[in-house]
Ligand binder design. Sequence first.
Ligand SMILES: Nc1nc2c(c(=O)[nH]1)N[C@H]1C(S)=C(S)[C@@H](COP(=O)(O)O)O[C@H]1N2
Ligand SMILES: [Mo]
Length: 527
Amino acid sequence: MPTVSSFRIKLVRAALGALAGILAAFTALAVAELVAGLVRPAAGPVTVVGGAVIDRTPAAVKDFAIRTFGANDKAVLQLGILAILAVFAVALGILALSHRRAGAAGVLLFGIVGAATALSRPDTTGIGDVLPSGAGALAGAVVLYVLANRAVPLPGPAGQDGSGGWSRRGFLTTAGVTAVAATSAGALGRFFSSRQGQGAVASRESLLLPAPSSPAPAVPAGVQLKVPGITTFTTPDSDFYRVDTALTVPKVDAGTWRLRIHGKGVTQPRTYTLDQLLARPLIERDITLTCVSNEVGGPYIGNARWLGVPLADLLEEAGVRPPSKGGGADQLVARSVDGMTLGSPVEDVMDGRDAMLAVGMNGEPLPFDHGFPVRMLVPGLYGYVSACKWIESIELTTFDAYDPYWVKRKWARKAPIKTQSRIDTPKPFARPAAGTVTIAGVAWAQHRGITRVQLRIDDGTWQDADLATQAGTDTWRQWSYRWKATPGGHNLTVRATDGTGQVQTEQRTRTIPDGASGRHSVFVTVT
Ligand SMILES: Nc1nc2c(c(=O)[nH]1)N[C@H]1C(S)=C(S)[C@@H](COP(=O)(O)O)O[C@H]1N2
Ligand SMILES: [Mo]
């Protein structure tokens, strides 16, 4: 039955080709990982390609990803990249069986794409960044060529050794050796990568935060309501939301870190070390940070006790004057070590609010995830226009002259945080028992403060909620409402009024371009 056996031969052949392709891709990534671990972990192919994809993703898709996958969005992206690579690897592997050179060249092509992407990243440190992708692709091409070579039919009639005429043992031995070698290379790469961050980890562990010259008062007991299910007033570092474009969290060594202040109207350009900043008078403040991508009712908000250097003082020393005092620069562009840029109004930074270069978060040096060693914070502004993590320079310029990262992607140039409120308890679709049900949550309008929170049950009238003590205008404020719940389905809606008398609008807008507006509602069924 020649047709059956030739079909079987084709199937075995395709499987060997697919295996060769996957092994070549695996080897390429593993060797790239090894070289990246030795050269610069952030220049690894998956990291740079992932970064490039993030930068080119339309805001709506990014919003969808953050909404759907939350903190796992980056893992999902990396898995997606690997899945696409796997498809190409299988195709190249099968191609290589008949066209070895073409298959190997295909692998090299991926290497060129990876290397070019590495060079195009905003944080590239130069030509050395082509090494991981380049070396990986070379190794992958060699593996594919050799394996394809081993997967050819033996001379003589097929089927004699039951293998369909392939030197299957030779192929499998080579494949096995390759797999072991590649796995070891990858593991070694991981080890080197983690070692590269060790200097940074040690610098963080040995950092002693000085006491603030202007401490925050003890948090008043009344800011935290004792309602089960309500958010804690202070968000522990480990629970603090994280939003950034970094696929590998920058590990900056505090000892070699520098901050440069320069640009328009800077008469005294300066570069600071961390020790120089820490030697200055420090302020300690409770500030609530919010992401512009936070949906109505969403989780991208947190409150911490920050320790930092007043930013306005540094700017004044550099000769900077705000536009209202005749200064020529109206935009402050902060740049991070990974090339992110964020632009804040100079006027806001210098108007007396507690804009700072933060070094401490809830009594500890900043966690790496949240910007170690130094990040910027401006109370009242969304994170993407103020809260630069892993900051390395501050440039004074104008809004006309420069659009930072998110503005290039259609987000607003200026974005003060909108007055908002959220119901934390009861949860959506909860089934509380009839009787008194405590509705509670948080409201925020940073730098304006919250003066009133109201609740509406179904289409009823707005009822005043009880407000917790206000810690300050830069933090969120808790509220609660004792509801006489009657059986049936009910819609609970909240709205806040800020310190300027502005009532939170019911006008629903999307997060892009300058933050979601509208009111949070929760539907419950009282039993
Ligand atoms: N370097 C850098 N800084 C950044 C970002 C970023 O992507 N890269 N994201 C900003 C955004 S959009 C927000 S909301 C805050 C979030 O800070 P967190 O992750 O500490 O909560 O950081 C800001 N600072
Ligand atoms: Mo954000």
